[in-house]
Design a protein around this ligand. Structure first.
Ligand SMILES: [Zn+2]
Length: 244
């Protein structure tokens, strides 16, 4: 039997996943037979973005501060900002009223030109959990964090038998045992970039409608939110690995 190694244990992605606490900033919920995405008020805090329509007819978005430093004549479609920052910006727009009551996307009302506690219908995709590949279980990381070697099995055939028969299995920490992972079907919308044989190219379909621009803002936000959650859990794990 391998010894539990504190260091390896707390650096194991399965353990780190088990330390991630819920998705507080946003969520997916069933409503009227379809899946809806809802977002907390605080989700867009500290990030002010403006959505515009260029002279080429394409929609795009940029940081509101950058726009204010170097304003263009492009048509303002809407602003994603919290109440307070919008208040500060109002005086600087020629027509602040233009920013109000923009209905940009079905189900998403940009009331007062900022997004708050709104929800919208989103496509979702259900696939096998990446960590357990649909089984819903994983080997207890205290058994094999840091990896097992041929010798671990060779020296102890009973351990080998138990290991492969699933006797050390516990509930998967990524899917909580469902084996499935429900995620937003971002692929239904053109993303700003396409990755073609390793190179990153601008997607010509991006910006043809305002939806693709809004979706990409959300997608980036949600991706970085997940990254933050994981990084925080990894930090907590690191402290425990060090015995703090
Ligand atoms: Zn799983």
């Amino acid at each position: 039997m391998s010894n539990m190694d504190n260091y390896n244990y707390f650096n194991d992605p399965r353990v780190i996943n088990s330390l991630i606490s819920g998705n507080a900033g946003y969520g997916l919920t069933h409503k009227d037979g379809t899946m809806h995405l809802y977002i907390d008020d605080c989700f867009f805090e500290d990030d002010e973005r403006i959505v515009l329509k260029g002279s080429d007819g394409k929609f795009y978005e940029m940081c509101l501060y950058k726009f204010l430093e170097n304003p263009s004549d492009d048509e303002i479609i809407g602003v994603l900002a919290d109440d307070q920052s919008l208040e500060a910006f109002h005086g600087r727009f020629a027509n602040p009223e233009d920013l109000k009551n923009k209905h940009l996307l079905e189900g998403v009302l940009f009331g007062d030109a900022f997004l708050c506690s709104q929800d919208t219908r989103v496509p979702t995709s259900n696939h096998n959990c990446y960590q357990c590949d649909g089984k819903g279980t994983m080997v207890n990381p205290s058994i094999d964090a840091g990896g097992l070697s041929y010798d671990d099995f060779c020296d102890d055939p009973d351990f080998e038998e138990a290991y492969f028969s699933g006797r050390f299995d516990v509930t998967c920490s990524a899917c909580n045992g469902t084996g499935k992972s429900l995620s937003i079907g971002w692929d239904a919308f053109p993303y700003e970039y396409v990755y073609d044989s390793g190179s990153k190219e601008k997607n010509p379909k991006y910006g043809l409608d305002v939806k693709s621009v809004l979706v990409s803002i959300w997608r980036d936000k949600i991706d970085s939110y997940h990254q933050d959650m994981y990084d925080y859990a990894r930090e907590c794990a690191w402290e425990r690995a060090m015995g703090c």
